[in-house]
Write a new protein. Structure first.
Ligand code: ADP
Ligand code: MG
Length: 315
């Protein structure tokens, strides 16, 4: 799990930043439509997904339509339960929650922002009232609700819109109010499912900026599902989900050298618990790797070579 020694002189006490906020192991979600006895269809939306999100991280999850992103978010939001495998958020095993615990989890531990701007807000309430709503559910005192709502709207840069209803707000403003609503009860984890999917580029940037503020100012761990290359390029870690499994990861870091301090990207792939990994298609195609590859163990890495026993045309 960790490459650090857990005891002895090199041991590092587990700090906040080291504790995973989200830990999914071999997560499976099967949807059954119709009666299987009468030839109903089974869809395996998640097929043994492994994912770790560290506390305080801002992570982008990307993947083609139908790859299982919303299914995963539904499970992490406590709205759906896995068919197999485990999902642990902030130390809570989501598969083991009783009904009341699940309700408490949904109200306090996670905040959710959906793609459909309209579905995040109650149309007949003002922005301020929308943000106060989740606090009313957990019984926060009226004064505290009012103060917290204004504080959050201010943080999201939309204090001026506090007394407007959603219909009087632009799509970007609605999403920023939705983020404030999701943050109302100080969730540990903020989940956003394609929050910029219905917005133009400039407005997407505003909304992404608001999510980043939630992460940096409030320390909330943020998981964003996005198709938006712009968003994916701006976060430190991007995880690609393919066919219901996480496959590759891109990690960006500021180069130590280089005058412009530009972000450089490195591609990682997930090594699962039985040692399988998925190579990015661009890599395999550019070298003509297929069917069988030759592995060589070097002293500090493993190299992967085309199968020399077969002519290039057959590889
Ligand atoms: P994404 O959000 O990445 O587009 P989804 O998680 O929505 O993917 O869907 C993953 C797969 O599961 C798709 O094949 C989709 O058709 C299927 N699926 C999602 N929800 C349901 C459902 N409620 N019933 C049946 N199949 C579903
Ligand atoms: Mg989706």
């Amino acid at each position: 799990m960790t490459d650090r020694p857990t005891e002895g002189p090199g041991a590092v006490a587990e700090s906040r930043a080291d504790r995973p906020m989200v830990e999914c192991q071999s997560l499976v979600r099967i949807y059954r439509t119709g009666s299987t006895a009468r030839g109903g269809v089974e869809v395996q939306a998640l097929q043994g997904l492994d994912l770790t999100v560290r506390e305080g991280e801002l992570l982008a999850l990307v993947g083609a339509s139908g790859s299982g992103k919303s299914t995963l978010l539904g499970i992490l939001a406590g709205l759906d339960t896995p068919s197999a495998g485990t999902a642990v958020v902030d130390g809570t095993d989501l598969g083991a929650l009783k009904r009341r615990e699940r309700t408490a989890y949904r109200r306090r531990t996670v905040g959710v922002v959906q793609q459909q701007t309209a579905s995040n807000l109650l149309p007949y309430l003002t922005a301020r009232e929308n943000v106060q709503m989740p606090m009313a559910y957990v019984g926060a005192p009226r004064q505290e609700r009012a103060a917290r709502a204004m504080e959050l709207l201010d943080l999201m840069g939309i204090a001026q819109a506090a007394d407007r209803t959603p219909a009087m707000l632009s799509g970007g403003e609605q999403q920023r109010v939705a983020i404030a609503v999701a943050l109302a009860n100080r969730p540990r984890l903020l989940l956003a499912d394609e929050p910029t999917g219905e917005l133009d580029t400039a407005t997407s940037e505003e909304v992404f900026g608001a999510l980043r503020t939630a992460n940096s100012e409030l320390g909330t761990t943020v998981l964003i599902v996005t198709h938006d290359a712009l968003v994916a390029d701006q976060v430190r870690r991007t995880v690609r989900i393919r066919d219901g499994r996480t496959s590759t990861e891109v990690l960006r870091h500021r180069a130590d050298t280089g005058a412009d301090g530009a972000l450089t990207a490195e591609e990682y792939t997930v090594l699962d618990r039985v040692g399988r990994l998925q190579l990015p298609r661009e890599f395999t195609e550019s070298l003509g790797l297929a069917h069988r590859v030759r592995l060589v163990l070097e002293h500090d890495h493993i190299s992967v070579w085309p199968d020399q026993d077969r002519p290039p045309a057959e590889r």
